[in-house]
Design a protein around this ligand. Sequence first.
Ligand SMILES: [Zn+2]
Ligand SMILES: [Zn+2]
Ligand SMILES: [Zn+2]
Length: 375
Amino acid sequence: MEQEMKADSDLDPDPDPKPGRSLTPSAPPGRLDDHEWLVQGRGTKPLPPPLDPVGEPGEQRSRPPFMQHSVPLMTEAAARRALLRFVASRCCYGSRAAGELAVQRLRQLGTYRYRLETFSESRLSEWAFEPFTKPGAAGPPGDAPLDPWDVEVGPPPLFQGQTRRCRVPGSALVRDCHRCHGHGRSKCGVCHGAGRTRCVTCKGSRRRLKQQKRCQLCSGTGRKRCNTCSGRGSKTCATCRGEKKLQHFKQLVIRWRNNVFEFVSEHHLNFPRELLSKVSGENIFKDENVVVYPIIDFPDPEISLASQRAVAEHSAAFATSSRILRQRQTIELIPITEVHCQYSGKPYLYYIYGLENEVRALDYPERCCCGCTVV
Ligand SMILES: [Zn+2]
Ligand SMILES: [Zn+2]
Ligand SMILES: [Zn+2]
């Protein structure tokens, strides 16, 4: 039994504290009661979806049929071509054996791969801020939607991981900048507000060390104008960019994920199953809906069981913390061919798998021992 749950990677929130993108160090002062549904104070938390799911499973609907299927025919010539191509891709495998070995028997098998993809949406809200540049532009607070799930966002591309941020209308609050306390400027960190720093040439001694002459760079004062603040002792506040006020607002972080459950049925071959997840197979079943029903009557009971487990697991994992927007389940038949052959009087066996005709050839008879160091 082999299964895996994985999610598409997506963008993590930007850790840089830039205006407009970042979390405020604390919630803006006052009036938080106006925003009852918004996350209070520091940090964020996912917002549970409403109890009613957006889409109910439809009426009892007919399930798509299982397609007639058989593994694609493998010929001796195709088996040799696949091996030659494989050998050519390996620097220390010689092609002579692949060309000369006598194929004796092809044993064609197939194994099923079941996949359930659950496309889910989760939402969380966070405080963000930006310099307040347009007096009068901020609407009165208090008319934010009561439920973050009521904020309308455009539909995402299905089955693709993505993160989108959007501003919650009516959530803006304008406050004095917490960094500069509304001055628009902050003390220069290099000269600590003095506007002058120690002369680097004479290190404050006012004289050139060797000549004992007056230092010309600081005219013998030992100090120089601070380059960072151009001698002003302060600089424009980086948080409000000199605007003195910040507009705090709620932003919704909407994250779509494609969660994948994968299962490959038992094939009784000396062949690692991990290799099979990298190749494609013949599509024999595809079912897509808001919510799919578990398969119960597939000829291979292992696949039906996997489907039942997958649907139950995904429902338990995603239905409470996020909203399931769509599900898709597929079954593929992955061909595997065992190629029995003879080379230099000895039996030899290799495998061809997937529609791509990938090759697994252990103990290939003609290998040099160069160690394959790439120079
Ligand atoms: Zn300075
Ligand atoms: Zn000097
Ligand atoms: Zn400021």
